[in-house]
Design a protein around this ligand. Structure first.
Ligand code: TMP
Ligand code: ASP
Length: 261
């Protein structure tokens, strides 16, 4: 698969064209941002871990019939994905109150929600990804009611699957963010899961200790982001128990791969 020109650069990933007009390459950067780009850093090895973790989760979702954009992982930092027309909404799914929900509504951090709560944010960095109501989506034609009904069904299945997957490895899935896109399959428009699912886009707490194993380590200056993401990867069985991936090791691995390409 030959990498063509840069199509789009986001905060954590870059999309490149390929010789196939329906496929693109998604490159995972080491850049970390929070609070809508107000806080920025580069954390060596983060992109490598997110590439692996997202590949693992999306392949598992595919096996339970959740269609998604992943075609295959190419190397340490890149995967081939289907080019989708992204729906400009961030779908936030919450099982336990944390983050912006606790600040916005004064709910105590860690409050277990009776049912999963779905929130919608407009994907617009200039506006700071504002929270919107479902009716805004229809009023401004960002998606149709039929599409959102389909997305909601997919979200609940994804949530059920991910809660179980993480529970099995001693992790509580607190909340996460999903994105969906449209693709044409045999001339018919279809909604599929897109973007990434990784500790950058989920809140993951150790079931016994509540230790944060996600991007809150960066947002809240807790340190130890790479060991936490590595722990998630190890528990999911992506990295071997004995492999002690430090930031330095991960970087070395990715540069070796790059040289070999
Ligand atoms: P929040 O509490 O900051 O609204 O975040 C809820 C979840 O969504 C959390 O797991 C982080 C994830 N998220 C993203 O992946 N990207 C974003 O831009 C935002 C705002 C949240
Ligand atoms: N991803 C968003 C940003 O870069 C928000 C977040 O994850 O906290 O600002």
């Amino acid at each position: 698969m030959k990498k063509g020109k840069k199509l789009y650069e986001g905060k954590a990933k870059i999309i490149y064209t390929t010789q196939d007009k329906d496929l693109v390459i998604q490159y995972f950067k080491d850049d970390a941002t929070a609070f809508n780009n107000q806080k920025k850093s580069t954390i060596e090895g983060k992109g490598v871990l997110n590439n692996r973790i997202s590949e693992h989760i999306l392949s598992n979702l595919s096996q339970i019939g959740i269609k998604n954009h992943l075609v295959k992982r190419l190397n340490m930092r890149e995967q081939v994905i289907k080019l989708v027309e992204i729906i400009p909404i961030e779908f936030i799914v919450r099982n336990v109150a944390s983050g912006s929900l606790t600040k916005r509504l004064g709910i105590e951090d860690g409050t277990v929600l009776k049912e999963p709560l779905i929130e919608y944010c407009l994907k617009d960095d200039k506006l700071g990804d504002p929270l919107i109501a479902e009716d805004h989506i229809y009023a401004f034609e960002w998606a149709t009611k039929k599409e959102i009904d389909k997305v909601k069904k997919m979200i609940l299945r994804i949530n059920d699957f991910m809660i179980g997957m993480f529970r099995g490895v001693g992790i509580n899935l607190i909340d996460f963010k999903l994105e969906f896109g449209r693709v044409k399959t045999n001339g018919k428009n279809e909604i599929i899961l897109a973007d990434e699912i990784s500790p950058d886009t989920c809140r993951l707490w150790d079931s016994k200790t509540d230790k944060k194993l996600d991007k809150d380590r960066f947002r809240k200056d807790l340190g130890g982001l790479i060991p936490a993401y590595t722990e998630v990867a190890k528990r999911l069985g992506i990295l071997h128990e004995q492999s002690n991936i430090s930031a330095v090791n991960v970087t070395k691995l990715s540069s070796v791969k790059k040289k070999n390409r």
